[in-house]
Design a protein around this ligand. Structure first.
Ligand code: FPP
Length: 272
C-alpha cells in the first residue's frame, strides 16, 4: 500500500478510488481499418494493465464503465459481441484478479443481461469476496440517473411504509442506498478518447472527483499513461471549498475538513 493516500492533498497522493470511462475502442479500430470488435478486444488488454498498475500503486477501488444504460442503442451485433467479450474477459481477468488478491464487484441493472453472464458474475463476486487488495468494480448497464432513481424509490418505499422518517434522511443515508454503498467516492475520474463529458457515470459519487481527460483511445491507454494520470492527481491541490492558504496551512490535515464521505463504511446506515 502506498504511503500517501488521497487523505492528503497533493504531495504525490494516490487516489483511493479511480473511476474510468474507457472510450475510443471503435475509433482505435477504425483508424486501423479493423472491425469495432477488434478495438473492444484490444481494450481488454488496457483493463488488465490498469488493474495491475492500480494494485502496484495502492489504489483501493477501481471502477470501470464497461457498458452504459445507453449502449443498448448500438447495433445488435455489437451489443452481442460486447456481452460475449464481457463473459470471456470475466473468466480470464477474474482468475488473474484473484491471484493478485483483488475483489470483483459489478454494479448496474443486471436484470437485462443474459442469465449465464449474471450467474458467472455472481460466482466471481463470491469467489473474490474475501480479497482486500483492490476492489475492481465494473459498471455494467449502469447509469448515474438509474442509480439515483433506484435509491430514491427505496427511500420513498421506506417512507411510505413508515420505516423511515423523511426528516431524518441524510446524505450518508441516501448514499447507503446507491449501488456503490460502502465504498469511498472516486477521487479521480478519468475519461479516455478525447471527449470531455461525464456521460451519466457515478453522478452523485463524483461530486468532488478530480477530472482527467486524455485524447488517447482506450486501447492505447496502458500502464504508463495511467501512471501519468495518477501522478497528475498527485500534483493537484484538493481544496473542498477552502482557500489555498487554508489547505497549505493544514498540510496533510487538509482533507480532514472535507465533506464527510457518504460512502465511509462506518457511516453506512443500517436502514434497509
Ligand atoms: C467505449 O468505446 C467502450 C465500450 C463501450 C466497451 C468497453 C469494454 C471493454 C474494454 C471490455 C470490458 C471488459 C471488462 C472485463 C471490463 P467506444 O466503442 O464507444 O469507442 P468509440 O467512441 O471510438 O466508438
Amino acid at each position: 500500500m502506498a504511503e500517501n493516500t488521497s487523505e492528503q492533498a497533493g504531495a504525490g497522493a494516490v487516489p483511493r478510488h479511480v473511476a474510468i470511462i474507457m472510450d475510443g475502442n471503435g475509433r482505435w479500430a477504425r483508424a486501423r481499418h479493423l472491425p469495432r470488435g477488434a478495438g473492444h478486444r484490444a481494450g481488454v488488454k488496457s483493463v488488465r494493465a490498469v488493474v495491475e498498475e492500480s494494485i502496484r500503486q495502492g489504489v483501493q477501488v477501481l471502477t470501470l464503465f464497461a457498458f452504459s444504460s445507453e449502449n443498448w442503442r448500438r447495433p445488435r451485433p455489437e451489443v452481442d459481441f460486447l456481452m460475449q467479450l464481457f463473459l470471456t474477459a470475466l473468466r480470464s481477468e477474474v482468475k488473474k484478479l484473484k491471484e493478485n488478491g483483488g475483489r470483483l464487484r459489478v454494479i448496474g441493472d443486471l436484470g437485462a443481461f443474459p442469465e449465464r453472464l449474471r450467474l458467472e458474475i455472481a460466482e466471481a463476486e463470491v469467489a473474490t469476496a474475501a480479497n482486500t487488495k483492490l476492489t475492481l468494480q465494473i459498471a455494467a448497464n449502469y447509469g448515474g440517473r438509474w442509480d439515483l432513481t433506484e435509491a430514491t424509490r427505496r427511500i420513498a418505499q421506506a417512507a411510505a411504509t413508515g420505516q423511515l422518517d423523511p426528516a431524518t434522511l441524510t446524505e450518508a443515508s441516501l448514499a447507503s442506498q446507491l449501488a456503490t454503498a460502502g465504498l469511498p467516492d472516486p477521487d479521480l475520474f478519468i475519461r479516455t478518447g478525447g471527449e470531455r463529458r461525464l456521460s451519466n457515470f457515478l453522478l452523485w459519487q463524483s461530486a468532488y472527483a478530480e477530472l482527467y481527460f486524455t485524447d488517447l483511445m482506450w486501447p492505447d491507454f496502458g500502464a504508463a499513461a495511467y501512471a501519468e494520470a495518477l501522478a497528475d492527481f498527485g500534483r493537484r491541490q484538493r481544496r473542498f471549498g477552502q482557500t489555498s492558504e487554508q489547505v497549505m496551512g493544514q498540510g496533510a490535515q487538509a482533507l480532514d475538513s472535507a465533506p464527510e464521505s457518504p460512502h465511509d463504511p462506518d457511516r453506512v446506515s443500517s436502514w434497509p
